[in-house]
Design a protein around this ligand. Structure first.
Ligand SMILES: [Ca+2]
Ligand SMILES: [Ca+2]
Ligand SMILES: [Ca+2]
Ligand SMILES: [Ca+2]
Length: 413
Protein backbone atom coordinates (compact mmCIF):
# COMPACT_ATOMS: atom_id res chain seq x y z
CA UNK A 1 0.00 0.00 0.00
CA UNK A 2 2.59 2.50 1.08
CA UNK A 3 6.26 1.90 0.40
CA UNK A 4 8.15 1.69 3.65
CA UNK A 5 11.20 3.90 4.08
CA UNK A 6 13.43 0.94 3.31
CA UNK A 7 11.64 0.25 0.04
CA UNK A 8 11.68 3.87 -0.97
CA UNK A 9 15.38 3.97 -0.23
CA UNK A 10 16.03 0.90 -2.35
CA UNK A 11 13.95 2.20 -5.20
CA UNK A 12 15.83 5.47 -4.89
CA UNK A 13 19.09 3.55 -5.17
CA UNK A 14 17.89 2.01 -8.40
CA UNK A 15 16.86 5.35 -9.86
CA UNK A 16 20.04 7.02 -8.68
CA UNK A 17 22.07 4.22 -10.24
CA UNK A 18 20.42 4.82 -13.58
CA UNK A 19 20.94 8.55 -13.34
CA UNK A 20 24.62 8.21 -12.49
CA UNK A 21 25.29 5.81 -15.34
CA UNK A 22 26.71 3.09 -13.13
CA UNK A 23 28.06 -0.03 -14.84
CA UNK A 24 25.28 -1.69 -16.77
CA UNK A 25 25.82 -5.04 -15.04
CA UNK A 26 24.38 -3.65 -11.85
CA UNK A 27 21.01 -2.86 -13.35
CA UNK A 28 20.45 -4.64 -16.62
CA UNK A 29 21.19 -8.25 -17.40
CA UNK A 30 23.62 -9.26 -20.14
CA UNK A 31 22.34 -11.46 -22.95
CA UNK A 32 23.29 -14.76 -21.30
CA UNK A 33 21.41 -13.85 -18.17
CA UNK A 34 18.32 -12.67 -20.00
CA UNK A 35 17.28 -16.33 -20.37
CA UNK A 36 16.64 -16.67 -16.68
CA UNK A 37 14.81 -13.38 -16.61
CA UNK A 38 12.62 -14.38 -19.53
CA UNK A 39 11.92 -17.84 -18.14
CA UNK A 40 10.30 -16.34 -15.05
CA UNK A 41 6.48 -16.49 -15.50
CA UNK A 42 4.44 -13.31 -15.33
CA UNK A 43 2.64 -12.85 -12.05
CA UNK A 44 5.41 -14.50 -9.99
CA UNK A 45 8.68 -13.83 -8.26
CA UNK A 46 11.65 -15.93 -9.38
CA UNK A 47 14.72 -16.51 -7.29
CA UNK A 48 18.00 -17.90 -8.58
CA UNK A 49 20.91 -19.75 -7.06
CA UNK A 50 23.46 -17.65 -8.97
CA UNK A 51 23.87 -13.94 -9.68
CA UNK A 52 22.28 -12.43 -12.76
CA UNK A 53 19.33 -14.86 -12.95
CA UNK A 54 21.56 -17.88 -13.47
CA UNK A 55 21.69 -21.30 -11.86
CA UNK A 56 18.61 -23.00 -10.43
CA UNK A 57 15.34 -21.09 -10.50
CA UNK A 58 12.49 -21.26 -8.00
CA UNK A 59 9.14 -19.76 -8.99
CA UNK A 60 7.45 -18.18 -5.98
CA UNK A 61 3.69 -17.61 -6.11
CA UNK A 62 2.86 -17.00 -2.46
CA UNK A 63 4.36 -16.47 0.99
CA UNK A 64 7.03 -18.95 2.11
CA UNK A 65 7.61 -18.93 5.84
CA UNK A 66 10.63 -21.17 5.35
CA UNK A 67 12.66 -21.89 2.24
CA UNK A 68 13.88 -25.44 2.79
CA UNK A 69 16.66 -26.22 0.35
CA UNK A 70 16.66 -22.58 -0.75
CA UNK A 71 17.47 -21.28 2.72
CA UNK A 72 20.39 -18.83 2.46
CA UNK A 73 20.82 -19.81 -1.18
CA UNK A 74 19.19 -16.97 -3.14
CA UNK A 75 21.70 -14.88 -5.10
CA UNK A 76 19.45 -12.97 -7.49
CA UNK A 77 15.77 -12.49 -8.21
CA UNK A 78 13.26 -10.91 -10.53
CA UNK A 79 9.83 -9.58 -9.57
CA UNK A 80 7.11 -10.03 -12.18
CA UNK A 81 4.07 -9.49 -9.98
CA UNK A 82 1.16 -7.89 -11.79
CA UNK A 83 -0.38 -5.32 -9.46
CA UNK A 84 1.43 -2.12 -8.59
CA UNK A 85 0.84 -2.74 -4.89
CA UNK A 86 1.99 -6.36 -5.04
CA UNK A 87 5.34 -6.72 -3.42
CA UNK A 88 7.87 -9.28 -2.37
CA UNK A 89 9.53 -9.10 1.04
CA UNK A 90 12.85 -10.82 1.66
CA UNK A 91 13.53 -11.64 5.28
CA UNK A 92 16.88 -12.80 6.66
CA UNK A 93 14.97 -14.89 9.23
CA UNK A 94 12.39 -17.65 8.93
CA UNK A 95 8.71 -17.02 9.59
CA UNK A 96 8.51 -13.73 7.68
CA UNK A 97 10.24 -11.99 10.56
CA UNK A 98 10.07 -8.27 9.76
CA UNK A 99 13.45 -7.62 11.38
CA UNK A 100 15.91 -6.65 8.67
CA UNK A 101 13.48 -7.44 5.87
CA UNK A 102 13.41 -5.44 2.63
CA UNK A 103 10.85 -5.37 -0.13
CA UNK A 104 10.57 -4.77 -3.85
CA UNK A 105 7.89 -4.17 -6.44
CA UNK A 106 7.04 -5.42 -9.89
CA UNK A 107 9.82 -4.72 -12.32
CA UNK A 108 12.51 -4.75 -9.65
CA UNK A 109 15.32 -7.22 -9.80
CA UNK A 110 18.80 -7.62 -8.42
CA UNK A 111 21.98 -9.53 -8.58
CA UNK A 112 24.32 -9.73 -5.62
CA UNK A 113 26.19 -6.50 -6.26
CA UNK A 114 23.67 -3.78 -5.35
CA UNK A 115 22.20 -5.70 -2.39
CA UNK A 116 25.00 -7.58 -0.66
CA UNK A 117 22.89 -7.82 2.49
CA UNK A 118 20.53 -10.17 0.65
CA UNK A 119 23.17 -12.34 -1.01
CA UNK A 120 22.79 -15.88 0.34
CA UNK A 121 21.06 -14.42 3.39
CA UNK A 122 17.30 -14.85 2.74
CA UNK A 123 15.36 -17.33 4.88
CA UNK A 124 11.73 -16.46 4.18
CA UNK A 125 9.72 -14.70 1.51
CA UNK A 126 6.43 -12.85 1.69
CA UNK A 127 4.55 -12.22 -1.55
CA UNK A 128 1.38 -10.29 -2.28
CA UNK A 129 -0.33 -7.00 -1.44
CA UNK A 130 0.17 -7.55 2.28
CA UNK A 131 3.90 -7.96 1.88
CA UNK A 132 3.93 -4.29 1.02
CA UNK A 133 2.40 -3.32 4.33
CA UNK A 134 4.26 -5.53 6.71
CA UNK A 135 7.78 -5.77 5.33
CA UNK A 136 10.37 -4.28 7.60
CA UNK A 137 7.76 -2.94 9.97
CA UNK A 138 5.26 -5.33 11.44
CA UNK A 139 4.73 -8.92 10.62
CA UNK A 140 1.54 -10.74 9.76
CA UNK A 141 0.49 -10.91 13.37
CA UNK A 142 -2.33 -9.06 15.07
CA UNK A 143 -2.24 -5.69 16.68
CA UNK A 144 -4.45 -5.66 19.75
CA UNK A 145 -5.53 -2.41 21.30
CA UNK A 146 -4.40 -1.85 24.84
CA UNK A 147 -7.67 -1.29 26.66
CA UNK A 148 -8.47 -4.88 27.42
CA UNK A 149 -9.42 -5.00 31.07
CA UNK A 150 -7.97 -7.12 33.82
CA UNK A 151 -10.73 -9.36 35.02
CA UNK A 152 -11.59 -9.37 38.74
CA UNK A 153 -9.41 -11.75 40.73
CA UNK A 154 -12.46 -12.96 42.68
CA UNK A 155 -14.05 -14.46 39.57
CA UNK A 156 -14.93 -18.15 40.02
CA UNK A 157 -12.60 -20.56 38.24
CA UNK A 158 -15.09 -21.36 35.49
CA UNK A 159 -15.42 -17.65 34.76
CA UNK A 160 -11.72 -17.25 34.10
CA UNK A 161 -11.59 -19.10 30.79
CA UNK A 162 -9.89 -17.49 27.83
CA UNK A 163 -6.62 -16.78 29.66
CA UNK A 164 -3.85 -18.87 28.11
CA UNK A 165 -0.95 -17.42 30.06
CA UNK A 166 -2.59 -16.95 33.47
CA UNK A 167 -2.01 -13.22 33.71
CA UNK A 168 -5.64 -12.29 34.30
CA UNK A 169 -6.28 -10.97 30.79
CA UNK A 170 -8.37 -12.71 28.18
CA UNK A 171 -6.20 -13.79 25.25
CA UNK A 172 -6.81 -14.16 21.54
CA UNK A 173 -5.63 -17.22 19.63
CA UNK A 174 -5.58 -17.23 15.86
CA UNK A 175 -4.37 -18.96 12.77
CA UNK A 176 -2.95 -17.09 9.79
CA UNK A 177 -3.00 -17.99 6.13
CA UNK A 178 0.42 -19.61 6.46
CA UNK A 179 -0.98 -22.06 8.98
CA UNK A 180 0.86 -20.44 11.86
CA UNK A 181 -0.90 -20.36 15.21
CA UNK A 182 -0.37 -17.34 17.41
CA UNK A 183 -1.62 -16.29 20.81
CA UNK A 184 -1.86 -12.63 21.72
CA UNK A 185 -1.92 -11.67 25.35
CA UNK A 186 0.38 -8.78 26.05
CA UNK A 187 -1.92 -5.82 26.12
CA UNK A 188 0.64 -3.50 27.68
CA UNK A 189 2.62 -3.78 24.47
CA UNK A 190 0.12 -3.80 21.62
CA UNK A 191 1.12 -5.98 18.74
CA UNK A 192 3.21 -8.40 20.75
CA UNK A 193 2.16 -11.94 20.06
CA UNK A 194 3.53 -15.37 20.67
CA UNK A 195 4.04 -17.61 17.68
CA UNK A 196 3.05 -21.11 18.78
CA UNK A 197 4.12 -22.87 15.59
CA UNK A 198 3.21 -23.87 12.05
CA UNK A 199 1.21 -26.64 10.41
CA UNK A 200 -2.16 -25.64 11.84
CA UNK A 201 -3.84 -25.42 8.43
CA UNK A 202 -4.14 -29.21 8.75
CA UNK A 203 -6.82 -28.60 11.37
CA UNK A 204 -10.48 -28.39 10.39
CA UNK A 205 -11.73 -27.26 13.79
CA UNK A 206 -10.14 -25.39 16.68
CA UNK A 207 -11.82 -24.58 19.98
CA UNK A 208 -10.92 -23.81 23.56
CA UNK A 209 -12.67 -22.97 26.78
CA UNK A 210 -10.94 -23.42 30.09
CA UNK A 211 -9.06 -26.33 31.56
CA UNK A 212 -9.86 -29.76 30.18
CA UNK A 213 -7.22 -32.00 31.76
CA UNK A 214 -7.33 -30.68 35.30
CA UNK A 215 -3.93 -28.99 35.62
CA UNK A 216 -5.37 -25.48 35.85
CA UNK A 217 -4.10 -24.26 32.47
CA UNK A 218 -6.43 -23.55 29.57
CA UNK A 219 -6.30 -26.17 26.81
CA UNK A 220 -7.44 -26.38 23.18
CA UNK A 221 -9.06 -29.02 21.02
CA UNK A 222 -8.19 -29.45 17.36
CA UNK A 223 -9.63 -31.77 14.73
CA UNK A 224 -7.44 -32.80 11.81
CA UNK A 225 -8.53 -33.72 8.28
CA UNK A 226 -8.60 -37.44 9.11
CA UNK A 227 -11.18 -36.76 11.81
CA UNK A 228 -8.85 -37.28 14.77
CA UNK A 229 -9.56 -35.04 17.73
CA UNK A 230 -6.52 -33.78 19.62
CA UNK A 231 -6.15 -32.14 22.99
CA UNK A 232 -3.43 -29.51 23.16
CA UNK A 233 -2.73 -29.07 26.88
CA UNK A 234 -1.92 -25.46 27.66
CA UNK A 235 1.44 -24.74 29.23
CA UNK A 236 0.09 -21.72 31.09
CA UNK A 237 2.45 -19.42 29.19
CA UNK A 238 0.50 -18.95 25.97
CA UNK A 239 1.61 -22.10 24.15
CA UNK A 240 0.92 -25.82 24.39
CA UNK A 241 2.53 -29.00 25.65
CA UNK A 242 2.69 -32.10 23.43
CA UNK A 243 -0.72 -33.00 22.09
CA UNK A 244 -2.73 -36.11 22.95
CA UNK A 245 -5.26 -37.80 20.71
CA UNK A 246 -8.70 -37.83 22.27
CA UNK A 247 -10.48 -39.90 19.65
CA UNK A 248 -11.30 -40.44 16.00
CA UNK A 249 -14.27 -40.20 13.66
CA UNK A 250 -15.00 -36.56 14.40
CA UNK A 251 -15.38 -35.64 10.71
CA UNK A 252 -19.09 -36.40 11.00
CA UNK A 253 -19.38 -33.25 13.10
CA UNK A 254 -20.17 -29.95 11.45
CA UNK A 255 -19.09 -27.80 14.37
CA UNK A 256 -17.33 -28.25 17.69
CA UNK A 257 -17.35 -25.94 20.69
CA UNK A 258 -15.64 -26.37 24.02
CA UNK A 259 -18.28 -24.81 26.22
CA UNK A 260 -17.24 -25.01 29.86
CA UNK A 261 -19.07 -27.18 32.34
CA UNK A 262 -22.53 -27.88 30.95
CA UNK A 263 -23.26 -30.95 33.07
CA UNK A 264 -22.67 -29.46 36.51
CA UNK A 265 -19.80 -31.71 37.63
CA UNK A 266 -17.18 -28.97 37.46
CA UNK A 267 -15.44 -30.43 34.41
CA UNK A 268 -15.33 -28.83 31.00
CA UNK A 269 -17.50 -30.37 28.28
CA UNK A 270 -17.57 -30.31 24.50
CA UNK A 271 -20.54 -29.61 22.23
CA UNK A 272 -20.73 -31.03 18.72
CA UNK A 273 -23.37 -30.74 16.00
CA UNK A 274 -23.49 -33.53 13.44
CA UNK A 275 -24.52 -33.60 9.77
CA UNK A 276 -28.08 -34.58 10.65
CA UNK A 277 -28.54 -31.48 12.78
CA UNK A 278 -28.25 -33.26 16.12
CA UNK A 279 -26.42 -31.47 18.91
CA UNK A 280 -24.45 -33.61 21.36
CA UNK A 281 -22.81 -32.95 24.71
CA UNK A 282 -19.57 -34.82 25.32
CA UNK A 283 -19.08 -34.70 29.08
CA UNK A 284 -15.47 -34.15 30.02
CA UNK A 285 -13.85 -36.52 32.49
CA UNK A 286 -11.28 -33.95 33.57
CA UNK A 287 -8.53 -36.21 32.19
CA UNK A 288 -8.66 -35.27 28.48
CA UNK A 289 -11.39 -37.75 27.59
CA UNK A 290 -15.16 -37.93 27.47
CA UNK A 291 -17.89 -39.98 29.05
CA UNK A 292 -20.84 -41.28 27.01
CA UNK A 293 -22.24 -38.52 24.86
CA UNK A 294 -25.71 -37.13 25.47
CA UNK A 295 -28.14 -35.93 22.85
CA UNK A 296 -29.17 -32.33 23.39
CA UNK A 297 -31.69 -32.25 20.55
CA UNK A 298 -32.30 -32.09 16.83
CA UNK A 299 -32.93 -29.26 14.40
CA UNK A 300 -29.47 -27.68 14.71
CA UNK A 301 -28.85 -27.67 10.96
CA UNK A 302 -30.05 -24.08 10.88
CA UNK A 303 -27.20 -23.14 13.23
CA UNK A 304 -23.88 -22.29 11.57
CA UNK A 305 -21.85 -21.19 14.57
CA UNK A 306 -21.61 -22.54 18.11
CA UNK A 307 -19.85 -20.44 20.74
CA UNK A 308 -19.06 -21.67 24.23
CA UNK A 309 -19.34 -18.16 25.60
CA UNK A 310 -19.55 -18.95 29.30
CA UNK A 311 -22.23 -17.89 31.76
CA UNK A 312 -23.84 -15.04 29.87
CA UNK A 313 -26.95 -14.64 32.03
CA UNK A 314 -25.29 -14.75 35.46
CA UNK A 315 -27.00 -17.84 36.86
CA UNK A 316 -23.68 -19.65 37.42
CA UNK A 317 -24.35 -22.11 34.60
CA UNK A 318 -22.42 -22.15 31.33
CA UNK A 319 -24.48 -21.11 28.31
CA UNK A 320 -24.26 -21.41 24.55
CA UNK A 321 -24.39 -18.62 21.96
CA UNK A 322 -25.39 -19.75 18.48
CA UNK A 323 -25.86 -18.05 15.13
CA UNK A 324 -28.45 -19.24 12.64
CA UNK A 325 -28.18 -19.23 8.87
CA UNK A 326 -30.33 -16.08 8.61
CA UNK A 327 -27.75 -14.15 10.66
CA UNK A 328 -29.62 -14.03 13.97
CA UNK A 329 -27.87 -14.65 17.27
CA UNK A 330 -29.36 -16.73 20.07
CA UNK A 331 -28.54 -17.35 23.71
CA UNK A 332 -29.20 -20.91 24.86
CA UNK A 333 -29.17 -20.80 28.67
CA UNK A 334 -27.50 -23.84 30.17
CA UNK A 335 -29.53 -25.89 32.65
CA UNK A 336 -26.45 -27.25 34.41
CA UNK A 337 -27.59 -30.76 33.50
CA UNK A 338 -26.17 -30.89 29.99
CA UNK A 339 -29.14 -29.28 28.24
CA UNK A 340 -30.50 -25.84 27.52
CA UNK A 341 -33.60 -23.86 28.42
CA UNK A 342 -35.67 -21.77 26.04
CA UNK A 343 -33.47 -19.80 23.74
CA UNK A 344 -33.50 -16.01 23.66
CA UNK A 345 -32.80 -13.74 20.69
CA UNK A 346 -29.79 -11.53 21.44
CA UNK A 347 -28.93 -10.34 17.92
CA UNK A 348 -31.67 -9.72 15.39
CA UNK A 349 -29.71 -9.97 12.18
CA UNK A 350 -26.53 -9.31 10.27
CA UNK A 351 -24.32 -11.63 12.31
CA UNK A 352 -23.36 -13.69 9.26
CA UNK A 353 -21.21 -10.72 8.21
CA UNK A 354 -18.74 -11.93 10.85
CA UNK A 355 -16.34 -14.59 9.75
CA UNK A 356 -16.50 -16.24 13.14
CA UNK A 357 -17.52 -15.58 16.71
CA UNK A 358 -15.50 -16.58 19.72
CA UNK A 359 -15.94 -16.73 23.46
CA UNK A 360 -12.71 -15.56 25.11
CA UNK A 361 -14.25 -14.94 28.50
CA UNK A 362 -14.21 -11.52 30.11
CA UNK A 363 -12.37 -9.20 27.74
CA UNK A 364 -13.59 -5.90 29.14
CA UNK A 365 -12.68 -6.53 32.79
CA UNK A 366 -16.12 -6.23 34.41
CA UNK A 367 -16.28 -9.90 35.39
CA UNK A 368 -18.86 -10.79 32.72
CA UNK A 369 -18.09 -12.86 29.66
CA UNK A 370 -18.16 -11.06 26.33
CA UNK A 371 -18.45 -12.10 22.73
CA UNK A 372 -15.64 -11.53 20.24
CA UNK A 373 -16.27 -11.26 16.51
CA UNK A 374 -13.78 -11.61 13.68
CA UNK A 375 -15.04 -9.47 10.82
CA UNK A 376 -15.58 -11.17 7.51
CA UNK A 377 -14.21 -10.58 4.06
CA UNK A 378 -17.03 -8.17 3.21
CA UNK A 379 -15.59 -5.61 5.57
CA UNK A 380 -11.97 -6.44 4.98
CA UNK A 381 -9.40 -4.14 3.62
CA UNK A 382 -5.77 -5.00 4.15
CA UNK A 383 -6.55 -5.55 7.80
CA UNK A 384 -9.44 -7.49 9.20
CA UNK A 385 -10.93 -6.32 12.40
CA UNK A 386 -11.61 -7.91 15.72
CA UNK A 387 -14.50 -6.58 17.79
CA UNK A 388 -15.73 -7.23 21.28
CA UNK A 389 -19.42 -7.17 22.15
CA UNK A 390 -19.54 -6.63 25.92
CA UNK A 391 -21.93 -8.94 27.74
CA UNK A 392 -24.55 -7.67 30.20
CA UNK A 393 -25.70 -9.32 33.43
CA UNK A 394 -28.88 -10.64 31.79
CA UNK A 395 -27.22 -12.21 28.77
CA UNK A 396 -27.53 -9.44 26.19
CA UNK A 397 -24.75 -7.74 24.27
CA UNK A 398 -23.80 -4.08 24.23
CA UNK A 399 -22.65 -2.14 21.19
CA UNK A 400 -19.28 -3.40 19.97
CA UNK A 401 -15.91 -1.72 20.19
CA UNK A 402 -12.75 -2.40 18.27
CA UNK A 403 -10.41 -4.90 19.85
CA UNK A 404 -7.66 -5.12 17.27
CA UNK A 405 -6.40 -5.45 13.74
CA UNK A 406 -5.88 -8.93 12.42
CA UNK A 407 -3.37 -9.38 9.69
CA UNK A 408 -3.64 -12.38 7.39
CA UNK A 409 -5.72 -14.08 10.04
CA UNK A 410 -8.03 -16.79 8.81
CA UNK A 411 -9.44 -18.01 12.10
CA UNK A 412 -9.79 -16.75 15.66
CA UNK A 413 -10.77 -18.81 18.68
CA1 LIG B 1 -3.76 -13.79 29.35
CA1 LIG C 1 -5.14 -27.89 31.20
CA1 LIG D 1 -19.04 -31.15 32.84
CA1 LIG E 1 -25.93 -19.13 32.43
Amino acid sequence: MRPSPSARLLRGVLVAGLALGLPATALSAPAAAADGYDRCPDGTVCVFSEPLYRGDMLVVRGPMASLGAWDNRIRSFVVKLRGFSDAVCFSPNPGLDPEGAVHFYSGDSFDESPYPELDRAVSSLDVGPEADDFCGSESRYPVLYDYVGTRPAALPADGRFGDLNNDGHADVAGRNLLGQLWTAHDYDTPGVTRLVGGGWNAMTALTRHGDQDGDGNEDAYARDRSGALWLYPGDGRGAFKPRRQVGGGWNSMRDLAAAGDLTGDGRGDLLASDGDGVLWTYPGTGRSGFGARRKVGGGWKAINELVGAGDMNSDRRADLVARDTTGRLWLYPGTGRGGFGTRKLIGDGGWNAHRELAGLGDVTGDGRPDLVAHLGAASASWTMGLRVYPGTADGRLRAPRDLGQLRSTTFVF
